[in-house]
Design a protein around this ligand. Sequence first.
Ligand code: NAD
Length: 253
Amino acid sequence: MGKLDGRVVLITGAARGQGEQEARLFAAQGANVVIADVLDDEGGALAKELGEDVARYVHLDVSQEAEWAAAVAAATDAFGRIDGLVNNAGILRFNELVSTPLEEFQQIVQVNQVGVFLGIKTVAPEIEAAGGGTIVNTASYAGLTGMTFVGAYAATKHAIVGLTRVAALELAPKGIRVNAVCPGAVDTAMSNPDGADPGALDDLYRTLVPLGRVGRPEEVARLALFLTGEESSYITGQPFVIDGGWLAGVSIL
Ligand code: NAD
């Protein structure tokens, strides 16, 4: 028996990285998954691999309200309802605050923060109609503390923690639990910018992170599974840090 038997979960940004691993794990645990992304080739290929009775790909730019409505319609057409949402899509840009162009700041807000707002706004009524369910928002280590050169990103991730708390309060009476995952450094395309030396990144994380390594997207997927499944039935409104101990404090070892 799977931990998500009978569930229908829409996962944004699921064409690659953490979202892809969430789609794979949720499908393996019995869910129908709706893979939503702007990377149509990768998302379509993943849905095909998982099989038509298990997965569908929908094109969804999370920053566009009309596209949310179309994605939800496609998902309910395919599987009859939605009772889970993982707001995972996100973008990262590195810039010193005083050098960040307004357009760049606004683009990051539009995708990371407005995207999560639109996801909650559009999908929560569907989950309520399905009799209740779960929302998992993807914040970050940078949603709970500061970090140089990611000011716009950190602002949106702090906002996602706030949205998670308010949504949990407002949606609890409708049978919907809302939590957030706050990953530290995870080995995906986002944390490996083009041109970065992988050896240098390994050295950096060995020093910075108490557990001595970067996280794997499969590890974040397991936390998202816990927060989507029944094992977390009495948990709502919380940010969950998954960072190898990075946020625990300063180590002088
Ligand atoms: P990734 O870049 O591999 O995946 C992000 C996915 O989101 C991609 O498939 C991308 O196409 C999609 N996406 C981007 N803009 C979109 C849009 N407008 N609409 C729909 N989809 C869009 O990175 P990842 O590490 O898998 O990131 C997943 C989430 O985890 C993000 O929210 C990110 O901020 C967060 N996160 C990542 C790390 C890390 O170290 N990798 C750490 C903390 C938080």
